[in-house]
Structures are given as structure tokens and as C-alpha cells.
Design a protein around this ligand. Sequence first.
Ligand SMILES: [Cu+2]
Length: 330
Amino acid sequence: MQQIPAPFWTLVIGVVVTLISLWYGQNNHLLPVQASEQAPLVDDFFNVMVTIGTALFIVVQGAIIYSLIRFRRRKGDDTDGLPIEGNLPLEAFWTAIPAIIVVGLGLYSVVVFQDMGGFAPGGHHHGGMMMAQAPQHEMADVGSPMLAQAEEGKTRQVYGFGASPMVEGNIPDLTVNVTGMQYAWIFRYPDTGIVDGELHVPIGQDVQLLIEAQDVIHSFWVPQFRLKQDALPGQPAELRFVATKEGTYPVVCAELCGAYHGGMRTQVIVHSLEDYAAWEASRVAALPGSAETVAFNSAPRTDAEYLAQIAQDIPIEAAQIAQLAPTLKP
Ligand SMILES: [Cu+2]
């Protein structure tokens, strides 16, 4: 072994470590299934970081294990180790390499963020584009004609992940207003008036979420989409994506928002176009004021008629009525 020169060993070890790292970077299977057009961008970036991390791990752990074996204390040797001090080229080398890696990853992450629609070139998000935003409704407003209200909605600055540069300026296929509150997500479809606790979206369509929080900061996160957007009170944010895989995926609140933060979960359901149309039709039919609902309540009733029907189902004994009025006795 002494006959083989050290640079040769360094080269061989370097090649082996690089090959192992490259392989593991591409085959780590650490992330859940990709379900949006944005997901591969994030995963490519993640795989580069795993590749670098694997190489560092092998080199550092390898050096430790090699030193443990190679430089272990020999029997009967009670002398001190060699007094080794500063090595400027080595220090410059191990400062420069991490600096280059960190700057490179930083630049790459900005490119990914921009490709996902994080911001437009030239500073301001969408160049300062303003968006008409439907006002968020109170719970009591459920089912009110939202289209009319959306038209008088204020124009506000919207932050977050907008359209990617490729589709910049396109109108989204579907817009959903999302409200985060302790401890639930409410999804309102301004085009149809549908209100739901789960997000239903069609596959392959450009979906725009307008996210706002009612009380504290929440964060709308779908791991399979690789997308996360904070929901801020009084500050609407945008999250635009194209779902690429049918299925049901968890929506997680990723911002500690109170005692039951951990329970603030729901689902996003990615439908085929036909299934989505069927879901939308069934929900629209069930809305108050729709033709079907009117048919159920066709005959207007007086209060007495209404109560009489309910009272039929409540068994009340004479003794219970007597208990309700004990003070009436002399
Ligand atoms: Cu929350």
C-alpha cells in the first residue's frame, strides 16, 4: 500500500464518493409523490442538496473512521501526539469550498423561486400588478351572491406565488378564495358560490388561490404540490399551481397558530375534468336558492306550522312540563 502514491488514492476516493453521491441524490426517495407542475423544480433543487450533503457526510465520517483506525494509540505508547499547527492553504481551501457551495445553492434557489412564480424580474412581484380581490365573507354570508360582491371588491396588492413566467398575464382557469382560521380552512368558489371545507380542483388547470387569514398567521401547505404560502390577516396572498396527478392530498397548516394547530388539516382533491364538473354541478344544485332547494320548500309555512312538525318528534311528559313551572304553585 505504501508503494501507491497518495494523490492516486485521493483521486480514486474522490471519484467513488462523487459517484455514490450522484446516485443517492437521484435515488433518495425522501419526498412524497409529485402532484403539481411546480413539484419537479423543487425536487431537482432538493436532489442537488442531497447530493452535496451525501458527499460531505461520506468525507467527514470517512475521515473520522479512518483516523480512529489509522491513528489509534499503540500498546505501550504514552507519548503526546505531534504538535500540528495552522495550515493556511488547507484553511483557505475549506473556507472557499463551502462558500462556493452556499452561494451556488442560493442562486439556484432564487431561480427555482422565480420559475415557480415567486416574483417577477425587476423587483416587485408581478411588477406591482394589482388584482381585484373578492372580499372575504363572514360565515353568515354563506351562499350569498358572491359574483355581485366580487365586482365591488377592492383592488389590493397580492403577494405570494403567482403565475410562472411562462403564463404570466394569463387569467387562471379557476380562482378559489381561501380563508385560514383557528382551526380550519374554508374554500369559497366565487364563480359558483360553493363553500367547502376541502379544496376540489380539476387536473391540468391553472388554479389560483387567494389566501387570507381571519385571526392569526396560518400557512397553507400541500407537501405533494411542494407549495406553501403563509396566510396573513389583512394581507391577501396568492398561490398559483397546476395539479398534475389525480388523488387526495393533505393540506397542512405549517404555522404554529394556537392550541389546536396540529388539528388544522384538510384535503385537496384533484379530480379529472369530468369528475370535477360533476362535483361542481352537484354542489351548485345543493346551494340555498338553487332550483332544487326551492322545490323542497315550495310551500311557505307559518311559525306554528313549522314548530308543530318539529314538536311531533319531541316526546314530552306531563311531569316534565310541571317541573318547568314549579313557582306557579301557591
Ligand atoms: Cu393554522
